[in-house]
Design a protein around this ligand. Structure first.
Ligand code: IPE
Length: 256
């Protein structure tokens, strides 16, 4: 398995995060177009849940360990699938052979951490020129019955399992910022302990740890020498630039 690229697009980019269950259709269309203009060979797309996941998960208390509201789980899953369907449809309309992958049906967590995920179907997809489109989801949990699985955890798992060459995390801000709102251009596992207290927390409901949770996952990748780029996917051209391996913006998280 070689040369896999992983790109996660945050739910805050694809949805209107201030209004539950509202697509940001304009942004979905623009991002699908940018992806279609780039190199999509051996690309895995992952997206977050935004207003299709965080508010409903919170409503059913799914962010509380052991809260086994299975009706709420299914309703949340159905809602994140609605977002996935909209994104996949737009990708297909732009000529990309996109295919949905739902973690609830192929992943298990333990105490809220991704424990097992079937990846052979994902590998077959990329071997055959298909772009898998995976998303943050609710999954069965060995210890808690059920838990929320963030797209960021999926990024980490797949990047390590498939030995990704690079990872992109597109958000609605310019990168990882310090508490003065200035973008930190580079983070390494060594500098992370100093930076950690400066990370701003999300102003919207976020059941998966916001920016700090994201960087935690990405620093683990950097420890394994897989570089990742956190950038503003709401800015025109940035997604295309990432796919062209031409990133001179945002934050890079690398081994040293
Ligand atoms: C959250 O996924 C999944 C659910 C709330 C069900 P993410 O944590 O990846 O979503 P975003 O990118 O923050 O919206």
């Amino acid at each position: 398995m070689s040369e896999v690229t992983i790109l996660k697009i945050g739910g805050s980019v694809l949805t209107d995060k201030s209004k539950e269950g509202k697509l940001n259709r304009k942004e979905i269309a623009r991002i699908a177009k940018e992806i279609a203009s780039g190199d999509v060979r051996r690309l895995i797309l992952i997206h977050g849940a935004g207003s299709f996941g965080h508010p409903i998960a919170k409503k059913f208390g799914l962010d509380i360990p052991g809260r086994q509201n299975y009706t709420g789980v299914t309703l949340t899953h159905e809602m994140v699938k609605d977002l996935n369907r909209a994104f996949v449809k737009e990708l297909i309309e732009n000529g990309i052979a996109a295919m949905p992958v739902h973690p609830m049906s192929c992943a298990i967590s333990s105490k809220g951490r991704l424990n097992k995920m079937m990846t052979s179907q994902i590998e077959l997809m990329i071997d055959n020129g298909v772009v898998p489109v995976i998303h943050g989801d609710v999954v069965m949990d060995l210890d808690w019955g059920v838990s929320i699985l963030s797209g960021d955890q999926i990024v980490l798992h797949l990047a390590q399992r498939l030995n990704a060459k690079r990872v992109g995390v597109g958000t609605d801000v310019d990168g990882i910022m310090d508490d003065d709102g200035k973008v930190i251009t580079s983070i390494t596992p060594k500098t992370f302990s100093n930076i950690k207290p400066l990370l701003t927390t999300s102003k919207n409901i976020d059941v998966t740890g916001g920016m700090s949770g994201k960087v935690n996952e990405l620093v683990k990748l950097a420890e394994g020498s897989i570089p990742s780029y956190v950038f503003n996917a709401s800015k025109k051209g940035n997604v295309a630039a990432f796919l062209e391996d031409n990133v001179d913006f945002g934050t890079v998280i690398r081994s040293d």
